[in-house]
Design a protein around this ligand. Structure first.
Ligand code: ZN
Length: 276
């Protein structure tokens, strides 16, 4: 068992009882959408980035970065907090070209053999591009390593990924920016689909939750995860406020459901990777 897994097993055991005494206002958060890309490194050194996460009460985070070196720096600084996810980009600006670039596969394979990751992503893939050889290989590698795919995609690409591997686990970035109705259809159709809530303002309007979203959360309590998305260096300034805002609207849900969205569903994704 690698060090990464050991840290995780210990972390998960600890977490299972950690909120027993806590009220909803200090609910722990597992941020499933953090990037620490090259243009953030100078102005926000690793220890400062970690401080921001900790100050926001974020106890765990899926981190993927352009390049992966950013993720490795954060992981080294805080292995109890950071859960590495492997992004197929080496620098900003590759999100529209990566899936036609065969050299991406070499990089991904090398990194997977050297380090430990809970998933591959976040990558951007839309429609039929999900059938291109690079994406097909990514789906296979995720299967081989037993890790999830973090996809910023339309519904068509998600369908193609599941056609390639019906047992894949897909964390749908931004819940696909899909309207609640479309989201429901996809969650019903694909039991292994998870959806992160980064950049979705609909669930929390002034601390309330709209009926459509409340209904979705109640129907699919195990499928949604909290996420911020630090897609630019400036976005790191919003981490604390976003966490506060999220805690606020989570209060409108039953405690057990709030905990699932806040951190337990993300932990389950890690647990699934550990089980492989
Ligand atoms: Zn992102």
């Amino acid at each position: 068992m690698r060090y990464f897994y050991l840290v995780w097993v210990i972390g998960l055991l600890f977490a299972s009882g950690a909120r027993a005494a806590g009220a909803n206002e200090d609910i722990q958060l597992f941020d499933t959408h953090i990037h620490y890309s090259h243009d953030a490194w100078d102005q926000l050194p690793p220890k400062n980035a970690i401080s921001i996460l900790r100050a926001a009460g974020i106890k765990w985070a899926f981190v993927s970065s352009s390049s992966d070196d950013g993720t490795q720096m954060l992981y080294k600084a805080a292995p109890d907090l950071i859960v590495p996810v492997l992004r197929p980009y080496r620098k900003r600006g590759e999100l529209e070209t990566w899936f036609r670039d065969e050299t991406v596969i070499d990089m991904i394979e090398q990194r997977l053999s050297k380090n430990t990751y809970a998933g591959i992503g976040e990558f951007h893939i839309f429609g039929e591009d999900a059938n291109l050889p690079v994406m097909r290989r990514i789906v296979l590698l995720a299967k081989q390593y037993g890790i999830f795919l973090h996809a910023h995609s339309d519904a068509a690409a998600v369908e193609i990924i599941f056609a390639q591997n019906p047992d894949a686990r897909v964390l749908w970035a931004h819940s696909g920016f899909a309207p609640a109705k479309r989201l429901r259809t996809m969650l019903e159709k694909y039991p292994n689909l998870r959806a992160d809530l980064s950049f979705r303002s609909e669930p929390g309007v002034e601390g309330a939750i709209g009926d459509a979203w409340r209904q979705l959360f109640l129907e699919f309590p195990d499928r949604f995860t909290f996420g911020t998305d630090t897609y630019t260096p400036e976005r790191w300034n919003d981490v604390a406020d976003h966490a506060t805002w999220t805690r606020d609207w989570l209060k409108a849900l039953p405690d057990e459901l709030a905990e699932k969205i806040a951190f337990k569903n993300a932990q389950a994704l890690v647990g699934w990777a550990l089980g492989n």
